[in-house]
Design a protein around this ligand. Structure first.
Ligand SMILES: Nc1ncnc2c1ncn2[C@@H]1O[C@H](COP(=O)(O)OP(=O)(O)OP(=O)(O)O)[C@@H](O)[C@H]1O
Ligand SMILES: [Mg+2]
Length: 617
């Protein structure tokens, strides 16, 4: 694939640019540049090298490689060999020390020179002298040792040695490695931890790209992609540049949503090769469990397997509650590698484990996860039952937002599964009610507009209920004019004697909006219609709502502050008598406003609101 434009990383480039400037003045350093495979270590170094060369700086480059991981000084030898063409002064200077440096590259110097048996520090000094001698006096030397996770002991020893010496040199030694390959289980890890703490070592962790940079990279890699595909590419890549390029390329070639890139499959298979049979089985369990896996679940289901092995193999990393796949695509790939019948069995096994607490009345947070696993195990009916039960429990606990979330999940499931078609309408109505109560307007919007577009055939009671919720939604999401038109049209159609809480609320809301529009007569008329309907329906909340509206409307009409305060006081007393605490609190705040901001009313309101435990007040 052709290299695309370089994106982002301004902070890191700035940091390394400063390090090069300091090295130019004789204060060098070792820069450890690390991050996951494909995060852009090599590309960053290339960018840095290009910029450095443009400032007439010199660059040396050597790579570690998996084939040469057992060869002493592999990456250093690679540097010298590459320098033979790119930086001949290095090669010349090295040749004068051939007797020592032959330990690294046997072909250095002339055939009659001998050597190669020197101690490591002698070799290291000779190397550093070589570099120093070849460095122009006014610029730093940038020496990149790339892919050092594959390097041998001797090369790492050299890096540690250089860290001690580099402070007085015009050298930045940039060392890149995959941190997943040198985790706590690696013998290399302890010395790396110590190295990072050295004063002359700059630790440069590379993180995933943020959305704007990730989008730029996706567009640069495949300029013709549609915006929604770019968004998908960015999401699935999680911001890892290699994944962005691969996914964008696949999408561009197939013209549709990208599949799993081969490089991910190869990575997973390569890393799985490092696992024993118990840990391979554990990986299947983890992949089926999801991106993030609870340690307790792994322990309970596979007590004999060692999760740390999955970490050591670079597939997972520890996180707060357990373990997480290092990249979402690694999990996807590991999941794909589990044969479908086995996946079903594992999903069921995990659902059963998660259900232990749920069945006993606890663990309501697990409802969605249990449902997902049951659904994937081919049991959508059981999945829906869990979501229903969770939503009802949340309702009983007055956790309305949680209830709405579970009802939405249930609706989504019912829409996806043909066998649940009979539940769709009921769940849709429930979701609309709960989202409205939870004031989650943006999620409510598409649902309620769709439902309203089909409202022509509804019986009057159901229609007015939907109109009530829809008008409230429109009002609170800033479409007051649309709300007003809807209320006027509905009230004109509705029998004046229609008695229901919804009709009462709808009329009262009409009163409120008319007041904001400066139509006092109309406001009064709608408010009174609301009050009468509420009384006929015997609904105390609707009655309070109408009284409260009329208190506001009365003040708007008369401008009489004292009369308004009296009206609010009566309204608060009525709410108290009805036992509706939230309404009482809201009224007390209204009273405070009309009573010159009286502190005792505010405090009384706060106290009642606290008793009600309502975040709405
Ligand atoms: N900042 C960036 N701007 C543009 N492209 C980038 C950027 N970072 C990475 N890439 C591209 O993403 C791909 C992977 O990057 P790179 O090879 O540098 O990753 P790496 O960290 O060196 O991976 P590995 O550990 O496998 O060596 C490359 O094609 C590279 O050109
Ligand atoms: Mg690389």
């Amino acid at each position: 694939m052709m290299a695309t434009e370089f994106v982002g990383r301004e902070d890191v480039l700035g940091q390394l640019g400063q390090a090069l400037a300091a090295a130019g003045a004789g204060a060098g350093c070792v820069a450890l540049i690390y991050g996951e495979a494909g995060i852009g270590k090599t590309r960053l170094c290339r960018q840095l090298a290009d910029e450095h060369r443009r400032r007439r700086g010199q660059v040396l480059l050597g790579h570690g490689s998996p084939e040469e991981s057992a060869i002493a000084y592999g990456a250093v030898a690679d540097t010298l060999r590459a320098a033979r063409r790119a930086e001949p002064r290095i090669w010349e200077s090295a040749s004068t020390r051939a007797n020592v440096l032959r330990a690294i590259t046997p072909e250095i110097g002339s055939a009659h020179q001998r050597g190669g048996g020197a101690d490591r520090p002698v070799v290291f000094e000779a190397l550093l002298d070589t570099v120093e001698e070849a460095t122009h006096s006014d610029q730093a030397m940038l020496w990149v040792l790339d892919d050092m996770h594959w390097a041998d002991d001797a090369t790492w020893h050299f890096v540690r040695y250089a860290a001690r010496r580099v402070a007085d040199m015009s050298l930045v030694l940039a060392v890149t490695y995959r941190d997943e390959e040198i985790g706590p289980a690696s013998p290399r890890w302890p010395s790396l931890v110590t190295l990072k703490r050295d004063r002359h070592v700059l630790a440069v962790p590379l993180r995933r790209l943020g959305t704007p940079d990730a989008e730029r990279l996706a567009r640069a890699a495949a300029p013709d992609l549609a915006s929604d595909v770019v968004a998908k590419v960015v999401e699935r890549s999680a911001g890892t540049p290699l994944m962005i390029e691969e996914l964008a390329d696949l999408a561009a070639r197939s013209g549709e949503f990208p599949a799993l890139p081969d490089v991910v499959r190869v990575t997973v298979r390569d890393r799985v090769g490092r696992l024993g049979p118990a840990e391979r089985d554990l990986l299947d369990v983890a992949a089926v469990a999801g991106l993030s896996v609870d340690a307790g679940l792994l322990r309970a289901l596979r007590p004999e397997a060692v999760p740390a092995e999955l970490v050591a193999a670079g597939l997972m990393e520890p996180d707060r509650a357990g373990f997480r796949f290092r990249h979402p695509l690694l999990q996807e790939s590991a999941y794909e590698d589990v044969p479908p019948p086995r996946r079903s069995v594992l999903h069921e096994e995990i659902a059963r484990f998660l259900s232990r607490d749920f069945a006993g009345g606890r663990g309501v947070q697990a409802a969605e996860r249990i449902a997902v696993h049951l659904d994937r195990a081919g049991q959508p009916g059981a999945a829906l039952a869990v979501l229903d039960e969770g939503a009802q429990r949340a309702q009983r606990a007055r956790e309305i937002g949680r209830a709405a979330t579970l009802t939405l999940a249930a609706l989504d499931l019912a829409r996806r599964r043909d066998e649940l078609v009979s539940r769709r309408l009921g769940l849709e109505q429930l979701a609309i009610r709960e989202l409205s109560m939870a004031r989650r307007w943006s999620e409510l919007d598409p649902l309620i507009r769709d439902a309203w577009s089909r409202s022509g055939t509804l019986p009057p009671g159901e229609r007015v209920s939907l109109a009530n919720i829809f008008s409230r939604h429109l009002f609170w999401s800033g479409a007051a004019a649309e709300a007003w038109r809807l209320i006027e049209a509905e009230l004109a159609e509705l029998e004046p004697a229609h008695a229901s809480a919804d009709a009462a609320m709808l009329a009262t809301r009409g009163g409120h909006i008319a007041r904001f529009r400066g139509q006092s007569e109309q406001a009064l008329q709608y408010g009174e219609r609301g009050l009468a309907a509420a009384r006929r329906a015997g609904n105390v909340t609707a009655e309070w709502y109408a009284q409260h509206a009329l208190a506001h409307i009365g003040y708007a009409v008369s401008g009489n502050r004292r009369a308004a305060a009296d009206a609010f006081r009566q309204c608060a007393a009525a709410a108290r008598a009805f036992g509706t605490k939230i309404e009482e609190a809201v009224t007390l705040f209204g009273l405070a406003c009309h009573n010159g901001g009286a502190l005792q009313d505010v405090e009384a309101g706060i106290q009642v609101a606290e008793e009600a435990g309502s975040p709405q007040c």
